[in-house]
Design a protein around this ligand. Structure first.
Ligand code: Q9C
Ligand code: ZN
Length: 341
């Protein structure tokens, strides 16, 4: 399988994450990609290539122009305001407040974010654009006839909505790639989000549409980030009704139960008959993940990679989360090896 990757991800190198009331080194760190790349090379997964530059047009198909402008100027505006640390939001348009965008950067951060853990700093925007190009390059390879490809994206994307960043995500790489398939002539795309966290951004982007069938397996919202979306009764709206499916799972979920949800999701993709499948591939379902509560073992990743292969559809893997850095390479590459076996 082809892997698309660029060292530009290293430009995303925030020093702080707001976690447990402290500023700690971010869980979403450059070493994650180093470990995955190392493993993919060790097992000779296939070819490796750099992304092409698609510019912002395919990104604008998913994200608001003003949100992208905000991301591109945020760090400069934050520095110009004289703040000393990295850019972190502190206030939001909460219940019964106005949703007008303020002019001051501290207010804009709240307007354009859905959480406060994700600090913006120098290079964040450049890395986010490069990550989208990685997804689009892998998508283009599949459009040209490859049966699968691995977009080794960093930063991740599935929490980003059309106009909000957060949960370590800025541009929704999987959504941008799914839209690219449609814009190039596909009529149906299925997105299966196996990251531990609910893919709230992807769900929100496609919630009213029937040309993208979105499914997510994740820690239940009562106990897991992003907390405010991902319930089983979210099914889509208007013509999108029936084209969203969620599988919220409780703390301690092991592969026996996770696999049952996966079997159900795979069956539904089969019935949908998509032209392409996009996997939002997070391996934070691992038993030793530092911020998650599922109990998957390394071998389980091979098993579910094979389940995805059984669909026999063109399949784009887009890297999302996974914070057990020592094992992230083995776990992510196990999915791809299970798919290929
Ligand atoms: N400070 C992805 O997996 N909550 N994002 C952090 C620890 C946010 C995860 C809790 C987790 C975001 C792509
Ligand atoms: Zn995650």
């Amino acid at each position: 399988m082809l892997t698309v990757q660029t060292d530009k991800h290293k430009l995303r190198d925030a020093k702080t994450e707001l976690h447990g009331g402290q500023l700690v080194p971010p869980f979403e760190c450059p070493a994650r990609v180093d470990r995955i790349l190392e493993r993919a090379k060790a097992v000779k997964l296939g070819e490796f290539r750099e992304p092409d530059d698609f510019g912002l047009d395919p990104v604008r198909r998913i994200h608001d122009a003003k949100f992208l402008d905000f991301l591109s100027t945020c760090w400069d505006e934050w520095q110009a305001a004289g703040f000393k640390g990295e850019a972190i939001p502190t206030g939001w348009p909460a219940r019964r407040m106005q949703t007008r965008c303020p002019e001051f950067i501290d207010g804009k951060l709240g307007y354009y974010s859905l959480a406060a853990e994700t600090a913006i700093s120098n290079g964040t925007w450049e890395a986010a654009k490069a990550s989208a190009n990685v997804a689009l390059t892998a998508q283009a390879e599949i459009a040209k006839g490859a049966s699968s490809a691995f977009a080794l994206c960093r930063p991740p994307g599935h929490h980003a909505t059309s106009d909000m960043y957060g949960g370590y995500c800025f541009i929704n790489n999987a959504a941008v790639a799914a839209q690219a398939f449609l814009d190039q002539g596909a009529s149906r795309v299925a997105i299966l989000d196996v990251d531990f966290h609910h893919g709230n951004g992807t769900q929100d982007i496609f919630y009213g549409r029937d040309d993208v069938f979105f499914q997510s397996l994740h820690g239940e919202p009562q106990h897991a980030f992003p907390y405010f979306l991902g319930y089983a009764d979210e099914l889509g709206k208007e013509k999108g009704e029936g084209f969203t499916a969620n599988y919220p799972l409780p703390p301690g979920t092991d592969f026996a139960s996770w696999g049952d949800a996966m079997t159900a999701a795979i069956k539904r993709i089969h019935d949908y008959g998509p032209d392409a499948v996009v996997i939002s591939l997070g391996v934070d379902t691992y038993k030793d993940d530092p911020i998650s509560f599922f109990k998957l073992e390394s071998d389980d990743y091979k098993t579910y990679g094979a389940m995805i292969a059984d669909l026999k559809r063109p399949t784009l893997f887009v890297m999302e989360g996974g914070y057990a850095v020592e094992e992230i390479g083995i776990n992510a590459v196990n999915v791809l090896m299970g798919f290929e076996d």
